[in-house]
Design a protein. Structure first.
Length: 314
């Protein structure tokens, strides 16, 4: 059932029927419940709107799956998008680029190489070839085992952001220790899989999406179950906790989206609430290369806690 749905939404020969895809812009109450979150105090976090204004949902037959509809400010999205493109793929973080096909410079600092490349063909190749970078404990795609020998410092800003989401949603003692940043040019997909390599399978998995939209499938713990399909748009946050933590999921389609909040500053975001690093992203000279990249691409940051509480290493 999972594979059948994946193929259905992936189809390029005929445009699939999207009528069963949940759209949280206009959530169908038959399938979706509004989730009440108890917000303690007035605490806010840079790059986000106040948690009091977050639109949080649960899917009726998918316990543990929490969907937060874009809680990022437009400048906040710009900040995280620029981190994902300009900074996170830098060495010592690991990228998918093959040393037989790409220069050391590209493997060590992909964005800089892509931006300075003069040859259009090579620029295109650099753009579409970048598919992932790993942070913290590096995911080993062959063995699927994390190790202390394959680990770098996890970016503090991303760890703090994830902890803020975790604490606000009531997941205490969360520690972000591994992440995969996935880059999806329109037309690419991610096959069905479960994330079970972490020693800690109780801590939730956090997923932040930016850029063009995706269809995300969330199934059960076996591929026999028919998955729910939902649109993930720029800024949307998905939390896979409790019984959804080990469920099959996939991205069968990345497609253009009518909403591009990172290009739209008609928001009510008060100037004084922005901090300097987020403010710098409002500068159009700074933003133009990222705007171009995102025209036909999506980015997803997928964050996990690896260790159990009190465990210091693997
Ligand atoms: C993943 O499961 O690793 C990525 C999911 C997504 O791109 O939304």
């Amino acid at each position: 059932m999972f594979i059948k749905s994946f193929k259905f939404y992936k189809s390029k020969t005929t445009e699939p029927d999207f009528s069963e895809v949940l759209d949280f812009q206009d959530p169908n109450e038959k399938f979706v419940d509004k989730k009440r979150i108890e917000v303690k105090g007035n605490e806010s976090y840079f790059s986000l709107i106040s948690p009091k204004e977050w639109q949080c949902y649960e899917i009726k037959d998918r316990p543990g799956l929490i969907f937060i509809r874009n809680p990022f400010t437009p400048s906040g999205q710009r900040f995280w998008i620029s981190r994902c493109l300009k900074d996170y793929p830098k060495s010592p973080n690991v990228v998918n680029l093959n040393p037989k096909q790409f220069s050391k410079e590209a493997i060590n600092d992909w964005w800089n190489c892509f931006q300075t490349e003069k040859n259009d063909c090579e620029r295109k190749r650099l753009k579409v070839s970048m598919r992932w970078t790993t942070l913290g404990y590096h995911h080993d795609w062959d063995t699927k085992v994390y190790s202390e020998n394959m680990k770098n410092k996890f970016p503090q800003d991303l760890a703090d952001l994830t902890k803020f989401f975790a604490t606000t949603l009531g997941f205490e003692n969360y520690s972000a220790e591994a992440a995969i940043v996935n880059y999806y040019p329109i037309g690419t997909t991610l096959a069905g899989h479960t994330d079970h390599s972490e020693a800690n399978l109780d801590a939730p998995l956090f997923s932040f999406s930016f850029g063009q939209k995706a269809i995300f499938l969330l199934g059960g713990q076996s591929k026999d179950e028919k998955p729910s399909a939902m649109f993930l748009k720029s800024g949307d946050v998905v939390v896979m906790s409790k019984s959804s933590r080990l469920c099959y999921h996939a991205v069968p389609r990345v497609m253009s989206c009518e909403l591009e909040p990172y290009n739209n500053f008609n928001s009510n975001e008060p100037e004084e609430k922005k901090c300097k690093i987020v403010n710098d992203c409002d500068d159009e000279n700074f933003w133009t290369p990222f705007r171009h990249y995102l025209k036909d691409s999506r980015i997803n940051i997928n964050i996990r806690q690896v260790l159990n509480k009190g465990q210091l290493e693997l």
